[in-house]
Design a protein around this ligand. Structure first.
Ligand code: C2G
Length: 153
């Protein structure tokens, strides 16, 4: 009897923190099902992504540790998915601690430590720093600060 593990995420700008979590979740069972947030669902989460849903789910589905990737279209599909895949474990990173305890009536709920020092947001901000228009804004701000400092010299 396969021990199915279920998780969900956006997985934008896929990075080592995402991979570490998925591998640790897979190690808890035999079969890992990953719900990947659709672009429409992310809009409802107020989350803007750089990588499209099609590409995000393609990356996830190709990972050695992932057995099945499915679309995550709403907050409400989790109970149905636990039943549909007969999941023994639902797991997320600990930034979600407590948010999904309602699933404890249906399966084990586990929150694993996040990987510190990396996130899609950090990657986006780093990339933004190299964006020309952002550099132009920084230059304008620097010129303004220099002109203010000159007035006090
Ligand atoms: N994660 C991690 N370490 C990081 C970054 C993320 O362990 N440095 C984990 C998160 O805790 C989450 C998973 O990787 O369990 C996916 O993270 P996101 O793509 O940010 O997912 P999120 O937007 O939080 O969507 O219904 C649940 C939501 O779909 C979760």
């Amino acid at each position: 009897m396969k021990r199915v593990v279920l998780t969900y995420g956006t997985f934008d700008l896929f990075h080592a923190g995402h991979l570490s979590l998925l591998k640790r979740l897979k190690d808890l069972g035999d079969y890992l099902v990953v719900g990947v947030s659709t672009d429409k669902f992310n809009e409802s989460k107020g989350k803007k992504t750089i990588i499209s849903f099609q590409d995000r789910i393609k990356i996830i589905s190709e990972l050695k540790c992932v057995d099945l990737a499915i679309p995550e279209e709403s907050w409400d599909q989790k109970i149905e998915d636990v039943k549909r895949f007969n999941a023994s474990i639902f797991g997320m990173g600990h930034d979600w601690e407590g948010h999904f305890d309602f699933l404890r009536n249906h399966c084990e709920v586990i929150y694993l430590p996040r990987t510190e020092g990396i996130s899609s947001t950090l990657l986006k901000n780093t990339l933004r720093a190299f964006d020309n228009s952002h550099v132009d804004d920084l230059k304008k701000a620097l010129d303004l600060i220099s002109s203010i400092v000159e007035r006090f010299d």
